[in-house]
Design a protein around this ligand. Sequence first.
Ligand SMILES: CC(C)(COP(=O)(O)OP(=O)(O)OC[C@H]1O[C@@H](n2cnc3c(N)ncnc32)[C@H](O)[C@@H]1OP(=O)(O)O)[C@@H](O)C(=O)NCCC(=O)NCCS
Length: 201
Amino acid sequence: MTAAPEGNRIACEDLTDEIIAHYTAKGYTLAFAEDVMRRDLSDLSGLPEPLLPDGVKLAAWAPDTIPSFFAAYAAAFTDRPGFPGWSRERWVEWTAGDPDFRPDLSWVALADDDPIGFITCAEDSREPTPVGFIIQTGARPDWRGRGLATALVTSALRGCRDGGHTAVVLDVSVNNPTARRLYDRLGFTVIRRRGVFQREG
Ligand SMILES: CC(C)(COP(=O)(O)OP(=O)(O)OC[C@H]1O[C@@H](n2cnc3c(N)ncnc32)[C@H](O)[C@@H]1OP(=O)(O)O)[C@@H](O)C(=O)NCCC(=O)NCCS
């Protein structure tokens, strides 16, 4: 599905080589692309136990944990291309202002009260059956490679399954091979690619 052009910008929900060739020939460039990935929850037997690094605890989204969530988000995403540098208020509104946001399935990881990672989840309201959506996850650079995101994502998968969801979906940028490896390893598969074309002038 390709949306009607908005000025010099066209959003496409199902990118194919033909669509890319079509818009490239018209002078557009693919400014952004991400894969939509899905993980069925009917069989979690191959999933690792959500084993947090020693001394790390999880706290759910609540008014008093929001500052820790934002600190973990800012530390994890600051080195990502296109990091928007939003204020805490703007990020919280973007995350929790969505009526489908699930504070009970969103956790910040704390090492002695120091925020070191997080995951935020919602419902995917586009789906006919209850499906969870991982909005964002991240680990502070000095805590990476220790299984933190693995534990956060597996906790979300188990929480969604226990809450009656049939699957979990997420979006991962095509320029994020580290995150892509994480999701591949945890059983997610790509169901489509979406993107945005842009044209000068
Ligand atoms: C992607 C990201 C969340 C991964 O976080 P992480 O906590 O380092 O992830 P993990 O430690 O669970 O896994 C990372 C690697 O460490 C390895 N690892 C090391 N020790 C481990 C342990 N004790 N247990 C599990 N995995 C371990 C994993 O096998 C994995 O290896 P791989 O990359 O070769 O597959 C993190 O790099 C990040 O925050 N990136 C910036 C934000 C971002 O891109 N978020 C995702 C947006 S979709």
